[in-house]
Design a binder for this molecule. Structure first.
Ligand SMILES: Cc1cc2nc3c(=O)[nH]c(=O)nc-3n(C[C@H](O)[C@H](O)[C@H](O)COP(=O)(O)OP(=O)(O)OC[C@H]3O[C@@H](n4cnc5c(N)ncnc54)[C@H](O)[C@@H]3O)c2cc1C
Length: 318
């Protein structure tokens, strides 16, 4: 079922949804099941599975020499989606990205998803290759999420790359896109970033999932601005509890987000990471309750494929 249908069927309620990462190459899918088995009691209706492109690694080849190799450390997004749908009877939402894909490869990937009965995709540009810093599109691929979204919309209208196909079937993907209440880090300002977001909605994106944030006011302001410029689709807030002291710098570095002073001071006071985890959980519970009161359609938790903190939060909130 489409994410938007789940939201419509549960209007007036706030759903519980989560994002997981595929395991590192060589690890078992059982790691994912172990994390999800304890969260499934909170009845997520959809589970997002991230997509991780290739990255460079350096391998020692003797005599002090290193070989640079391109590898994907977390493959398996599509297979995990199929496994989740079978095991938990939930809707899996694979993330699809521009990076590393030609248009033809994207088309084939969308055909696979369609044949598997996957009804939703979260359309993203994708992170740059780690160590490159700047996003470089595939020579025959897409530069922005809007371009990739255009291809999905075309396929939903039965327009494939090969225009000579006889009566091609349309796909029917429900499409989510990402947004950044504190703006995307490459954007000159929030208004410009939101202009591009509006384009995505005008092109046919059905709903929005936000980057994590720790100050609800940023989200409230963002939603208000969205409504003012005519973005009327559901906006789902993304949340992550702080669980270690190191995340005070790691999260802003990775996700370009701000942390409120009260949270930073509370974490700094903690003696160990067990105490940090409790502070982070309590903060996230308060955030969740306030967002629920605001009437958000779903609370979407970035689990990083770990369940203990999210279980505590969900127990307190749902
Ligand atoms: C909910 C969520 C899930 C994510 N999941 C993944 C994942 O699974 N895998 C992964 O690799 N990354 C993931 N990311 C990270 C994301 O790929 C990066 O933040 C990436 O840098 C931007 O992606 P985007 O889709 O928002 O890009 P875009 O919408 O393409 O925007 C990128 C930048 O370009 C600007 N822009 C957009 N369109 C145009 C245009 N037409 N012309 C000029 N400028 C434009 C925007 O303002 C922005 O600054 C996720 C992020 C979020 C919020």
């Amino acid at each position: 079922m489409k994410v938007t249908e789940h939201l419509k069927n549960n209007e007036g309620k706030t759903l519980f949804s989560i994002e997981i990462l595929p395991p590192m190459k060589g690890e078992s899918i059982q790691n994912i099941f172990s994390a999800l088995d304890v969260l499934i009691e909170f009845k997520p209706l959809f589970i997002d599975v991230t997509y991780h492109r290739e990255e460079y690694v350096y391998k020692e080849i003797g005599q002090g020499l290193l070989k640079k190799e391109l590898t994907r450390k977390r493959p398996g997004t599509v297979a995990i989606c199929a496994a989740l749908m079978q095991r938990y009877k939930v809707d899996a939402v694979p993330h699809i990205i521009c990076g590393g894909f030609s248009k033809e490869e994207t088309e084939n990937a969308l055909i696979d998803l369609n044949f598997l009965g996957i009804d939703n995709v979260l359309v993203l540009r994708g992170d740059p290759v780690k160590s490159e810093g700047v996003f470089v599109p595939h020579a025959d691929g897409h530069k922005y999420a809007t371009d990739l979204l255009g291809q999905v919309v075309q396929m939903n209208n039965a327009k494939y790359l090969d225009s000579s196909l006889q009566n091609p079937v349309p796909t029917d993907f429900c499409v989510g896109v990402s947004a950044y209440p504190e703006k995307h880090f490459e954007s000159p300002n929030l208004a410009t970033d939101m202009k591009h977001l509006k384009t995505k909605i005008d092109m046919g994106a059905d709903y929005i999932v936000t980057q994590m944030f720790f100050d609800n006011q940023a989200f409230f302001d963002f939603v208000k601005k969205c409504r003012e410029i005519g973005i009327n689709v559901p906006i789902i807030p993304g949340l992550k509890p702080v669980t270690t002291k190191g995340q005070l710098s790691a999260l802003p570095r990775a996700f370009h987000i701000d942390m409120p002073d009260d949270l930073v001071k509370a974490v700094e006071k903690c003696k160990d990471n067990e105490a940090v985890k409790q502070v982070g959980i309590e903060w996230c519970v308060q955030q969740s309750k306030e967002l629920m009161q605001f009437g958000v359609p779903s609370l979407h938790y970035y689990t990083m494929s770990k369940s203990t903190a999210i279980k505590e939060i969900a127990s307190a909130v749902f």
